[in-house]
Write a protein of this length. Structure first.
Ligand SMILES: [Zn+2]
Length: 290
């Protein structure tokens, strides 16, 4: 199986040490910081994540500890959303675009950084009492000094599934997708649901497809802004489906032979294939080429 973008993060997150403020302060002295502007990571001319020493003009910016790369402490810093990018050695790339050019490990680290910085940018105030919160544990906790509530960076589970019937699988075109993109089906797991229940509910809502066994296959952190994609195969009990016409505009059963051709040509009967950085691409590939 091919590795998936945003997976394989090699850092030691030092979760036992990072709550120590003196420990973090010491790591910052020798630390390297990955700058983000408008939530886009800085990329070097030779397509690596651009980790730089701390600069005095970053004082007051939110920065988070990512982990230790062997002994090298790595951090990320949020340089805000101004119209003009800060002048630094490198170029800010949209996170999705960066995932296509960065080495796998750098994509995983940049994805971790983006998810964390994005969370901090949106959680400056306590949802319990409204008071401003403070960054703790190198960025893995926010504490409300007013009511004492603790807040932790969230990860939202999303099921993404390929329904399978015999030698065929069902792919759908989301009404929000442009350019004939067909993909797996997906949706957020709701409170009180298992993974399997979420898969069955989403497929029922979107396609009225009846599903038996659900098998979890692989997962992928997806920092847009903070999802964890849980890739599954769902055994359809029949091929009968009715698209909801709202979220899903069209769906088609395709055979393994067709899927292999699709993977090779990237377009099949005007259906465009999901990008290689998406887990949907790998669910399809793993199934068609197993
Ligand atoms: Zn509070």
């Amino acid at each position: 199986m091919d590795p998936i973008s945003f997976t394989g993060n090699p850092l030691d997150r030092a979760s036992a040490e990072r709550p120590g403020e003196a420990w973090i302060a010491a790591r910052r002295q020798t630390g390297r910081f990955l700058p983000f502007w408008q939530m886009k990571p800085l990329v070097t001319a030779n397509a690596k994540a651009a980790f730089l020493p701390w600069r005095a003009d970053w004082e007051g910016r939110t920065s988070v500890f990512l982990g230790l790369d062997n002994d090298q402490p790595l951090f990320a810093v949020d340089l805000g959303k101004n119209e003009t990018p800060p002048s630094l050695d490198g170029e800010f790339h949209d996170m999705r675009a960066a995932a296509f050019v960065l080495p796998g490990r750098d994509t995983a680290i940049a994805g971790q950084a983006k998810a964390l910085l994005d969370w901090h940018a949106r959680h400056g105030f306590c949802p319990n009492c409204g008071h401003a919160t403070e960054l703790k544990d190198g960025g893995y906790r926010r504490l409300c000094p007013q009511c004492g509530a603790e807040h932790f960076p969230r990860t939202d589970p999303v099921v993404i599934m390929l329904p399978v019937f015999g030698d065929e699988c069902l792919v759908g075109r989301n009404s929000r997708f442009v350019g004939g993109l067909f993909s797996a089906f997906a949706g957020f797991v709701e409170p009180g649901e298992t993974l399997e229940e979420a898969v069955r509910r989403e497929l029922m809502e979107e396609t009225a497809l009846k599903v038996g066994a659900v098998r979890y296959a692989r997962s992928q952190p997806w920092p847009f802004p903070s999802s964890l994609m849980l890739g599954c195969y769902a055994e359809a009990l029949s091929k009968d489906f009715t698209i909801d016409g709202e979220e899903i505009a069209e769906a088609r059963w395709i055979s393994k032979t067709q899927a292999r051709q699709w993977l090779k040509d990237e377009v099949l009967d005007e259906m465009r294939i999901p990008a290689t950085i998406a887990i949907a691409h790998h669910l399809l590939k793993d199934w068609a080429c197993e």
